[in-house]
Design a protein around this ligand. Structure first.
Ligand SMILES: [Mn+2]
Length: 315
């Protein structure tokens, strides 16, 4: 008697039951009436250190079933799934090892979503998967301001696109505006030219505290169209051990989340959670964290003024 025993459908979200999609969203590529779409890009072949992020999207999806159960993603006061249409688009298709195909297909699929007015959340995959997604959004929204969490700036000049050079390429190609972009949690060398971005090292962040960081983010980005890219290695390896290039001395997951809550009201067009590498984390805590901050990004997209969304109810 499911209708009687479970009038709000809460039991259908029991974490260990049923098929796995992100946050139990419907798996479809039909974009009709969709507000937000989550997609995976299981790519990890042009990285500079340890592989494994190809398993990231699946692990984040699985752990997302434990996040926000039974429907409220604390500290938000409403169930996003009840108020808006969120879908799990599935993974972007590409033949294993074919990075050019991954880039082209990601750009094309995210482009379709962006053109339909949909806010996107990408699940990496290594950080290169952010490049085609931002490029696709820039085609519809114009130059993008980046809110980038990472231990590394990923602005290294290189003839090749990889997970440490893609934001240099994004600036060169003109779809990322470094002057209205901010990088948070950095604790590795800043390459020449990389300082056009506003940079907060992890140690500055710890000194400043979340409120001052949020103020800085809002000041740098303003009301521009922005994209939130979360490399989980921006957080300390104690919080996110399952990643390819961990650097000790990062911000905490608590600070990461507080900063994301502080992005409500900014014009967030899309975002991603990248570099979750399950083979290095048998506890799955990194994937749980990936799902948690991923949902935080979706809630931030729902609060973007340009989207002008109205909730279905006043829950
Ligand atoms: Mn990165």
């Amino acid at each position: 008697m499911p209708g009687i025993l479970d009038p709000k459908g809460i039991l259908s979200r029991v974490p260990y039951q049923g098929l796995t999609t992100f946050w139990r969203a419907d798996h479809t590529q039909d974009l009709t009436g969709v507000d937000f779409a989550v997609y995976g890009v299981p790519n990890d072949i042009e990285i500079v250190n340890r592989p494994g992020t190809r398993y990231g999207p699946r692990a984040i999806r699985e752990q997302s079933l434990y996040v926000g159960f039974p429907g409220i993603h604390w500290p938000n006061d409403y169930d996003l799934m009840q108020e808006y249409k969120l879908i799990d688009y599935g993974d972007i298709p590409f033949y294993p090892g074919q990075v050019d195909q991954m880039l082209a297909n990601t750009e094309e699929h995210v482009g379709l979503m962006s053109a339909a007015g949909i806010g996107t959340l990408g699940l990496g995959g290594d950080h290169l998967v952010a490049y085609p997604a931002i490029k696709a959004h820039a085609k519809h929204h114009g130059k993008i301001s980046l809110i980038h969490f990472d231990a590394h700036t990923d602005t290294f000049e290189s003839t090749h696109l990889n997970h440490g050079s893609m934001f240099w390429h994004g600036v060169q190609e003109g779809f990322i505006d470094p002057d209205s972009s901010i990088q948070i949690g950095i604790r590795t060398i800043v390459p020449p030219g990389g300082d056009r971005f506003t940079i907060l090292t992890s140690h500055q962040c710890i000194d400043m505290g979340s409120k001052a960081i949020i103020e800085k983010v809002r000041q740098v980005v303003g009301d521009r169209k922005c994209y939130i890219s979360i490399d989980v290695d921006g957080m300390d390896p104690a919080c996110a051990p399952g990643t390819g290039t961990p650097i000790p001395g990062g911000i905490t997951s608590a600070m990461q989340r507080e900063i994301l809550w502080g992005t409500h009201g900014l014009n967030v067009v899309g975002g991603d959670v990248v570099e979750v590498s399950p083979p290095y984390d048998p506890s799955h805590i990194t994937a749980i964290l990936g799902a948690t901050v991923g949902m935080d990004v979706v809630y931030a997209m729902a609060a973007a003024p340009f989207r002008n969304l109205t909730r279905k109810s006043n829950l």
